[in-house]
Write a protein that binds this ligand. Structure first.
Ligand code: BEZ
Ligand code: FE
Length: 306
């Protein structure tokens, strides 16, 4: 005789327990078993809270199906969904806990290209010459304040039209707004670029439609991406945010952290601009940012593509 409490038969009350009772602990990998059981518990709790109609449940299935269909080698709509729900930032926060004083991580985004050209310090990454001239420089240090020589500062951003080079193949020069810079013996790096601007995340798919239906905009606060790496230290994946951007407090993917907002100081005068490599410019912006790396924890940074 089956007792009502042994979870063999389905009931609304014990729905999650009924499903989880089928996991065979002798066969299943323990981590997978625990993740699957937790997923089932939370999913069933969500359904019990929302009580969807059959039509609503089907609309959800259709949304996920379209999200899959939109994904390709070049477009990862599921990661975009995770981004706009704040899940990507939460996973990153859990995996990037660092000692205080170390530079904070933020979202990688889908437009990173591995192995950009390594350029001499002071070079420009702005091959199309568009936008307001900007000099970015600083020191890479450890958490004791000691400069780190030979660290790699890998940077990328959109051009002044708000597009990454990979979104505009044959329009922008290849590797426009990308470059890697090695710190010198004093831990210093520098590069020239254009002031970053806000731009929309890809919004022509189901995730963009969802944002629209929720009354949310798709814009990312203006930023320069940076990955800083050095032997013996945890790699940092981060941004430098432009403080005057109107979307700073409402970034579409929740990537802004207060410590990552830079200071952009305008220097007027063509001579000063020319001295700093901006011939013909009336002024330029100076952005001084030091990056602080924590000693290697053994956790690896997630530098994926797509
Ligand atoms: C980006 O900053 O490049 C980005 C991040 C998340 C989604 C889309 C773009
Ligand atoms: Fe970006």
């Amino acid at each position: 005789m089956t007792k009502p409490t042994d979870f063999a038969y389905f009931s609304e009350e014990h729905s999650a327990e009924v499903v989880n009772a089928r996991i065979d602990a002798e066969v299943a990998d323990p981590r997978l078993a625990s993740v699957a059981a937790s997923l089932t518990r939370h999913l069933h709790a969500f359904i019990k809270e929302v009580e969807p109609s059959h039509e609503e449940w089907l609309a959800g299935i259709r949304f996920l199906t379209e999200t899959g269909h939109m994904s390709s080698e070049w477009r990862q709509e599921f990661i975009l969904l995770s981004d706009i729900l704040g899940v990507s930032m939460l996973v990153d926060a859990i995996n990037s806990r660092r000692p205080s004083g170390a530079t904070e991580n933020t979202i990688l985004g889908p437009f990173y290209v591995k192995n950009p050209p390594t350029l001499p310090n002071g070079s420009t990454i702005c091959q199309d010459g568009k936008g307001e001239p900007c000099l970015v420089h600083g020191v890479v240090r450890d958490t004791d304040g000691k400069p780190i020589a030979g660290a790699l500062v890998d940077v990328w951003q959109t051009n002044d039209d708000g597009f990454y080079d990979v979104q505009q193949k044959n329009v922008q020069p290849e590797m426009n707004m990308r470059g890697a810079f090695r710190t010198d013996a004093a831990g210093c790096y520098s590069f020239r670029t254009a002031k970053p601007r806000y731009y929309p995340i890809p919004a022509d798919g189901p995730v963009g439609q969802l944002l629209g239906r929720l009354g949310r905009h798709p814009n990312r606060a203006a930023h320069i991406h940076a990955i800083i790496s050095a032997d013996g230290y945890d790699t940092v994946i981060t941004h430098i945010f432009e403080p005057g951007c109107r979307f700073l407090r409402e970034d579409a993917v929740f990537g802004v952290k207060e410590s990552l907002v830079g200071t952009f100081v305008r220097h007027d005068g063509p001579e000063l601009a020319a001295t700093n490599g901006f011939d013909g410019a009336a002024s330029y912006l100076e952005v001084e940012v030091d990056f602080v790396l924590a000693t290697a924890s053994g956790r690896s940074a997630m530098v994926h593509q797509g």
